[in-house]
Ligand binder design. Structure first.
Ligand code: GLN
Length: 471
C-alpha cells in the first residue's frame, strides 16, 4: 500500500504539483517497516500522510508557500505532527502546496506554481487553500492529509478533488506550530478518501494542548464524549436533517443543486426526516468573514519585517523605513498584500467601529442563528430561546457553488471578489466555530460534487457517524 502511494508520487507529482517537498522513498519505507514491527497496534501505524506547508517542522523549512518565509526553519514542531508521529505512528511523505499564508480558493497564489486537480485531464483548479493536501489524497499519494481551514480551505479543495474534508469544532485540535492566518477562525482539518480514515486521524490529533490557549479543556472534552455516548444510545440511526434555505444561492450551478436534491432524496429514503429551516443571519456571513479575516491576517503578518527571520530585501539597511516596505512588497504575493491593506484599513481608527466591531456583532448573531436550529445545545453557551421552527441534528448543503473550474478561468479572473464568492457556503460554519465536513458525491453523469454537513459545536463524532452514511 505504501509502495503504491510512493509510486503515485513519483509518476504524478511532477504534473500535479501537490507536494512541494517529498521524503525519499527509502526513508518512508524504512519508517513504515520500523513502525510495522514495533507499533503495529497504533491506530494509524504505517499510514502515509502529507501536510500543508503551514505546519512547522524542525527538520525542514516551513514556508507557507511564501517567499517571505524563505529558508525559515522552525525551532519547534506542530503539536499535531508530534501526535501523528508519536501517538498514531503515521509516516509523512512530504509537505503539500497551498495558497500563500492560506489565503485563496484555488492554490494559485503560491510561489511553487499552481496545484492541478487530479480528476481532470485538462488543467482544473484543485481548490484552496489546502489544494496540495486534497490533490495528494485524491491522487493516491497518501492515505490522508492535514490542511488548515479558516473559511473553507479544507472543505473546498476536498469538494473539488472528490475527497472527504473535515473541519472539526474550533478548539478541538491544537494549532500550536501552525502558522496563523486568522486565529479566531483557524482550525486544523483532515482530508481522506473516506470518513473512517478521517475519523482515525482526527482521533489522534484531537487532544488538549497546553501550548494552544484556545484548546478545549480535558474536562469539557469528557463532557462532550459523555454527551455523544448518550445521544448515540438514544438514537436509532435516523436523524433530523435541516435544509437551510439561505444556502440556496443564485451562484449555485445546476450540477450542484441537482446533486443536493438527489442526496436529500436518498436521505429521506433512508428514513431520516428533512426540514426546511431559515437562518437569515447566513446572508451576512461572507462580508463578515472578509472583514475579520483580513483584519486578523494583517495583524499577524506585521511580524514579517525582514529583520528577524525570513526574506529580507537586498537594499541599504540604513535607509530608515525603506527596508520594511521593500521587503514586504517583494516578499508577499498579491493576495497577501491585498489582505494586509484591507485589514489595516478595517483596524484603522476611522473604520474600526463601523467595520471590525460591527463584524464581531454580526458574527455573534450568526452563532446564535446556528444555536437556534440545532436540537442539541451549545455546550459552552447559555441556553437560548428557540423560535417555532423545528430543530435538527445536522444541516446538509452543498460545499461549493460549482464543480472545479478550469485553471485558466481562475487565472484570468479580474476581481478578487470572483474568488471570495466561492467561500459563501463554507464561511458560516467557520464563523460559528462548528464542525463541518464535505463528502464527495458522484452524479449520474460522472461529475464530482461536495456535499457539506454541519453540526452543533462539539457534536463532531455524531456528525462523522451521519456523514459516513451519505457516501
Ligand atoms: N478562501 C478563504 C480565504 O481565502 C479560506 C481560507 C482558509 O480557509 N484558509 O480566506
Amino acid at each position: 500500500d505504501a509502495k503504491i502511494c510512493l509510486s503515485n508520487i513519483s509518476t504524478l507529482n511532477r504534473r500535479l504539483n501537490a507536494l512541494i517537498s517529498v521524503r525519499t522513498p527509502e526513508s518512508v519505507l524504512a519508517r513504515v517497516s520500523q513502525v510495522a514491527s514495533t507499533e503495529a497496534g497504533a491506530s494509524l501505524a504505517g499510514k502515509l500522510f502529507a501536510f500543508k506547508d503551514n505546519f512547522c517542522t524542525i527538520d525542514q523549512p516551513t514556508s507557507c508557500a511564501s517567499q517571505m518565509l524563505q529558508g525559515y526553519v522552525s525551532p519547534f514542531e506542530a503539536t499535531v505532527l508530534t501526535r501523528l508521529y508519536n501517538v498514531g505512528h503515521a509516516v509523512d511523505v512530504g509537505r503539500a502546496n497551498m495558497d500563500e499564508f492560506a489565503m485563496g480558493t484555488d492554490t494559485i497564489f503560491t510561489r511553487y506554481g499552481p496545484t492541478l486537480n487530479p480528476l481532470y485531464p485538462a488543467p482544473h483548479s484543485a481548490g484552496g487553500s489546502s489544494g496540495g493536501s486534497a490533490c495528494a489524497v485524491s491522487a493516491g499519494m497518501c492515505h490522508f492529509a492535514l490542511g488548515s481551514d479558516t473559511g473553507g480551505s479544507v472543505r473546498l479543495p476536498a469538494a473539488y478533488c472528490g475527497v472527504v474534508g473535515f473541519k472539526p469544532s474550533y478548539g478541538l485540535v491544537s494549532r500550536h506550530g501552525v502558522i496563523a492566518l486568522a486565529q479566531s477562525l483557524d482550525t486544523v482539518g483532515v482530508l481522506g478518501r473516506d470518513v473512517p480514515t478521517v475519523r482515525e486521524a482526527f482521533g489522534v490529533i484531537s487532544a488538549y494542548d497546553p501550548l494552544d490557549p484556545t484548546s478545549l479543556s480535558i474536562k469539557m472534552r469528557r463532557k462532550l464524549q459523555l454527551n455523544t455516548n448518550r445521544r448515540r444510545q438514544e438514537s436509532d440511526g435516523r436523524y433530523k436533517i435541516g435544509i437551510p434555505l439561505e444556502f440556496i444561492v443564485d451562484s449555485c450551478s445546476s450540477d450542484i443543486t441537482n446533486a443536493w436534491a438527489v442526496v436529500l432524496k436518498k436521505l429521506l429514503a433512508q428514513g431520516h426526516e428533512l426540514y426546511a429551516v431559515s437562518m437569515p443571519e447566513v446572508k451576512n456571513a461572507l462580508p463578515t468573514y472578509y472583514i475579520l479575516n483580513p483584519s486578523e491576517a494583517a495583524s499577524n503578518l506585521s511580524r514579517y519585517d525582514g529583520v528577524r527571520y525570513g526574506y529580507r530585501a537586498n537594499i541599504d539597511r540604513d535607509a530608515d523605513g525603506v527596508l520594511y516596505g521593500v521587503t514586504r512588497s517583494q516578499g508577499f504575493g498579491s493576495e497577501v498584500r491585498r489582505r494586509i491593506l484591507l485589514g489595516n484599513y478595517n483596524l484603522s481608527s476611522g473604520a474600526f467601529k463601523n467595520h471590525y466591531i460591527q463584524a464581531q456583532k454580526v458574527r455573534r448573531k450568526l452563532k446564535l442563528g446556528f444555536d437556534r436550529v440545532f436540537s442539541v445545545e451549545h455546550p459552552l453557551e447559555k441556553q437560548i430561546e428557540r423560535d417555532n421552527q423545528p430543530t435538527v441534528d445536522f444541516l446538509v448543503t452543498p460545499c461549493s457553488t460549482d464543480t472545479a473550474p478550469l485553471l485558466d478561468d481562475v487565472l484570468s479572473q479580474k476581481s478578487p471578489l470572483d474568488s471570495y464568492i466561492n467561500d459563501v457556503l463554507t464561511v458560516p460554519a467557520s464563523l460559528a466555530g462548528i464542525p463541518a465536513i464535505t463528502v464527495p458525491w458522484k452524479t449520474d453523469d460522472g461529475k464530482v460534487v461536495g456535499i457539506q454537513v454541519m453540526g452543533q459545536y462539539g457534536d463532531d463524532d455524531r456528525m462523522l457517524d451521519f456523514s459516513e452514511t451519505i457516501m
